[in-house]
Design a protein around this ligand. Structure first.
Ligand code: 9Z3
Length: 303
């Protein structure tokens, strides 16, 4: 089924280049004790092949980019960060609400310096980012559309397969459930003069199935379940575990996703939360999520 589906969706423009980079990253990290794939941000569903309009969702990649940082702060860990273009990225995410020029001050001798106010934060994040560049522990892979995302997800997983149980797949991206197949998509911009388009969306097959069963059968797979209705959240998380047989579903509500998640596994339901005071003191829920996940992965590997 998934094979057939892939033949209906276009490959990303830079497919070969990105695939090579991912394969080289995996070769380089063949002996690194822990390898993580973090997916982040929302996927677009284009309405035209020469895309002017597309369907999108709310996700800006806070969960993915911050989790990525916390994974990288663990010892002996390398991360592939599969992210939506222009969504939040590790280390630079701390500056997205700051006007770029406010970070800088012109010096007397024509030099440009970082403002005193922002200096500690810039220094800290620049140092952490530079370290990742130097030791090659972070590979950032961009996507925009649903089809880009699915192709690159499969490539990443297939490259990770030989690395076995030391792999963590952390699926935080908000992925569309609907798409327009290539053969039904207009070539050029839809014309308003022709009236409102009658577009029939199709269901995207659930990729978690081939992912868990075929692409990375030995990896620790953590998917996220997002709902807006508290009544059905845990039920649906359990259902996902039953169907896909992976290790963990992290259940979150749109409205409270920054304060509370529930780790749903075969033998437990565990609430992870940050209090108002903790948040005000700068604790992010992703720090706790990643800490707990690392512990679960450790016992998974030992088993
Ligand atoms: C999540 O549930 C993430 O936690 C969020 C993070 C997308 C809510 P932000 O980017 O948001 O920090 O603003 N991701 C998974 C969402 C999803 O598409 N899950 C599918 C589902 O619920 C299953 S894989 O059916």
């Amino acid at each position: 089924m998934s094979q057939e589906f892939f033949s209906e969706i276009p490959k990303p423009k830079e497919f070969e280049v990105l695939t090579k980079r991912i394969q080289q990253f995996c070769e380089k990290h063949a002996d690194t004790p822990r390898i993580v794939l973090v997916t982040s941000g929302g996927t677009t569903v284009p309405l035209e092949k020469n895309t002017v309009r597309f369907i999108d969702n709310f996700s800006i990649g806070t969960r993915g980019s911050s989790s990525c940082e916390y994974f990288l702060s663990q010892p002996c860990t390398a991360v592939v960060f599969l992210h939506r273009v222009n969504s939040l990225r590790p280390f630079t995410r701390h500056f997205t609400n700051t006007n770029f020029f406010e970070l800088l001050v012109p010096g007397d001798d024509g030099q440009i310096m970082v403002s005193q106010e922002h200096f500690p934060k810039v220094k800290k994040n620049l140092e952490r980012w530079s370290l990742c560049q130097k030791d090659g522990s972070l590979l950032e892979v961009p996507f925009t559309s649903l089809s880009d995302y699915l192709w690159m997800l499969r490539v990443c997983c297939e490259a990770f397969k030989p690395l076995g149980s030391k792999v963590i797949i952390y699926l935080a991206a908000a992925v569309s459930d609907f798409y327009i197949p290539n053969y039904e998509m207009a070539e050029h911009k839809l014309q308003s003069s022709e009236g409102a388009p009658d577009i029939q969306l199709k269901m995207v097959p659930k990729m978690l199935k081939p992912l868990v069963r075929d692409w990375v059968p030995d990896a620790f797979v953590a998917s996220f379940k997002l709902e807006t209705d508290d009544e059905i959240l845990i039920k649906k998380a359990k259902k996902a575990l039953e169907i896909y047989h992976h290790e963990l579903v992290i259940a979150n509500l749109l409205q409270t996703r920054k304060e509370r998640v529930v780790f749903v596994s075969n033998d437990a339901e565990e609430i992870i939360q940050v209090s108002q005071e903790e948040r005000e003191a700068g604790t992010e829920i992703e720090a706790k999520i990643v800490d707990r996940l690392i512990a679960l992965h450790q016992s998974f590997v030992e088993k």
